[in-house]
Write a protein that binds this ligand. Structure first.
Ligand code: AMP
Length: 290
């Protein structure tokens, strides 16, 4: 039976006791409004571990002042129902004041992979993510934490923080779950109107095109131009459409063999992101490289 725990000291004590009893503990941090993407992380954690903790916490510090913190969907009852058959042991759902006590003045700031793309467009976003994930890792001292490739840049920021701070937790990245037309599942898809929803498929289409052109040996500029054209043709206002180094997110040289394609854009007031790890390529604009 799953148990909802609100108090940080209580969840820490439960996890510490489970570990002392020799049990492997997995942790899936979420902001709730759970869907099949979240469920896939939970399923992986349940299959790898003896006890699984899912946190549900809409973290205020990762939202900018003009962003959707207040209207972000909060659906605890439905979330608990979705988790019920999955075999989760504990759901950690703290109050904001338990995570950010009065007078809170500490932040975790990660450079490197947080600087471009989301970090550039959403100042402070990754400071909020790194800070809350660090706090959660200290409160839920699990063996392993599960994150979605859907938020590729976030996985790099979390891995960088874990490595730099020497946090004793393994970060496991799970594949992106998609709707039948390819749209990446996201709690924010609920904001899309019925007119916007079919146009949202442009994000994944632009990524798949990028992968094709990449494998055919096209150059970075040509690939990025095609991505932007596809997004614009569907009425998506492009925030960025780029390919980059999959580990550092630095710009790619034309003869690079590894890359990730990343897109962000707006449909009406809804901002969506997606990404695709590109296949290691054998042909670049300068000829065969492998
Ligand atoms: P969120 O609740 O949006 O903060 O997401 C919680 C976790 O679920 C993050 O690690 C996300 O990357 C992951 N996630 C969100 N959407 C998907 C998806 N479509 N497929 C796989 N993982 C996802």
């Amino acid at each position: 039976m799953q148990q909802v725990v609100h108090d940080p000291d209580a969840i820490r004590a439960l996890v510490v006791a489970a570990r002392a009893a020799g049990r492997r503990v997995g942790f899936v941090p979420t902001m709730g409004a759970l869907h099949a993407g979240h469920a896939s992380l939970v399923a992986r954690a349940v299959s790898d571990c003896d006890d699984v903790v899912v946190s549900i916490f809409v973290n205020p510090t990762q939202f900018g002042p003009q962003e959707d913190f207040t209207r972000y969907p909060r659906t605890l009852a439905a979330d608990l129902k979705l988790l019920e058959p999955q075999g989760v042991r504990w759901i950690y759902a703290p109050e904001v004041a338990a995570v950010y006590p009065p007078g809170d003045a500490t932040q975790v700031v990660v450079g490197g992979p947080s600087l471009r793309f989301e970090g550039e467009r959403r100042p402070g976003h990754f400071d909020g993510v790194a800070t809350v994930v660090c706090k959660l890792f200290l409160t839920v001292p699990a063996h392993a934490a599960y994150f979605g490739a859907k938020d590729w840049q976030q996985t790099l920021v979390v891995k960088r923080m874990v490595s730099d701070l020497g946090l004793p937790i393994e970060v496991i990245v799970c594949p992106t779950m998609r709707e039948s037309d390819g749209l990446a599942m996201s709690s924010r898809n609920a904001y899309l109107s019925s007119a916007e929803r079919p146009r949202a498929v442009a994000l994944v289409e632009s990524l798949r095109q990028a992968a094709e052109h990449w494998s055919a040996g096209s150059g970075v500029d040509a690939i990025e131009r095609t991505m932007r054209e596809t997004l614009s043709a569907h009425g998506v206002v492009v925030d960025y459409a780029a390919i980059a180094d999959p580990e550092s997110l630095e710009p790619l040289a034309d003869d690079a063999v590894r890359g990730v394609a990343l897109v962000a854009g707006r449909l009406g007031s809804t901002r969506l992101i997606d990404n695709l790890l590109l296949p290691v390529r054998v042909t670049s604009p300068r000829g065969t490289v492998l």
